[in-house]
Design a binder for this molecule. Structure first.
Ligand SMILES: [Mn+2]
Length: 328
């Protein structure tokens, strides 16, 4: 695997025994349900499988209140060679809020502090800084050749830049640049941790307020794994549903669609609200929106060349997990 971060496991020896687990967002009880479903056992506080390992795809914090429990469970597995944990954009954002740059200002504006209100509420201050230090050394992506893993989006060009600017594969390599959105490393990191997006014009936002009042983002996330349709509508090009208006910008300049003959890629991030399903033979999103009361999903990779729905497992959101709404 990539040069080591704070992970002790050599993933390549487990290439046909990896369970890739979607975005957890503080939903500890649902995570336990999923681990039990997959035959993991809690032995003296350490969750483990007798022949497999887990790969967590990022976004452990925010939204649900059981964040300390989720983080302890995952770090314990990582420290004992039972799991790998990637960095998600939520962890990256939190690092930026609490890390001052050379000018003394935080690397990410405190105007965005409210996005982490649950995390800040449930972690004591000392623990918050402890976890931020841990996040700084989580791997940004993993490439095993025939299969690859990243939080939001894979594109060779952006991955190569991340390799160049973050040689140890962690944010700590280049913390200040990571948060400069117009810098080359900042753009590359943004692409792989948040995916390509387009700004939604005001007129479309007004429509959305009526038809999808729960939609709170000013950007639409692009379906970077699909081929680009001719004159696409929002529903065709982005994750927004039921919006048949044409996209105003030329999205082909923003990304290269993931090739059908490229290695298998796993990612999370998109909190899909559909029933869990296979996206494509070489493309799988494992985030089916547990914090939106949908499912926590995992793909149990056994070294196959084409992904199969038989290896997709999921459990419904466990009602013991408490999700707090984000304040505006
Ligand atoms: Mn995410």
């Amino acid at each position: 695997m990539e040069k080591s971060t704070n992970q002790s496991l050599d993933l390549s020896t487990y290439i046909d025994r990896i369970d890739i687990i979607g975005d957890i967002h503080g939903c500890y009880h649902t995570l336990v349900d999923l681990l039990l479903t997959m035959g993991y056992e809690n032995k003296n506080g350490l969750w483990q499988h007798h022949e497999r390992i887990a790969l967590f795809i990022g976004d452990y914090i925010d939204r649900g209140i059981y964040i300390p429990q989720v983080l302890e469970l995952i770090k314990n597995m990582v420290d004992n060679g039972k799991a790998i944990a990637l960095l998600g954009n939520h962890e990256m954002n939190l690092i930026g809020i609490f890390t001052p740059g050379r000018n003394g200002q935080p690397l990410r504006s405190h105007k965005k502090l409210h996005q982490h209100h649950v995390t800040i509420r449930v972690l004591e201050e000392a623990r918050l800084h402890y976890w931020i230090e841990w996040f700084k050394h989580l791997p940004l992506f993993i490439d095993l050749g025939s299969v690859r893993f990243v939080h939001a989006a894979w594109d060779d060009q952006h991955i190569n830049l991340v390799k160049q600017y973050f040689p140890n594969n962690s944010l700590a390599d280049n913390l200040e640049k990571a948060f400069k959105k117009d810098s080359i490393p900042g753009k590359a990191l943004n692409y792989i941790l948040k995916g390509p997006e387009i700004t939604i014009p005001q007129s479309v936002l007004r429509t959305l307020k009526h038809t999808q009042p729960w939609y709170h983002l000013k950007e639409a996330r692009i379906r970077w794994w699909d081929a680009i349709p001719q004159n696409p509508t929002y529903s065709q090009a982005t994750l927004l549903v039921d919006l048949d208006r044409p996209v105003e910008v030329d999205i082909s300049k923003l990304y290269t669609p993931y090739p059908a003959d490229a290695p298998i890629v796993f990612f999370g991030h998109y909190s899909l609200d559909s029933h869990p399903h296979i996206i494509r033979h070489n493309v799988q999103c494992v985030d089916f929106g547990v914090y939106r009361h949908n499912y926590l999903a995992a793909y149990r990779y056994n070294g196959e060349e084409k992904l199969t729905s038989q290896n997709l497992v999921f459990v419904p959101y466990n009602k013991q997990d408490v999700i707090l709404p984000s304040p505006h």
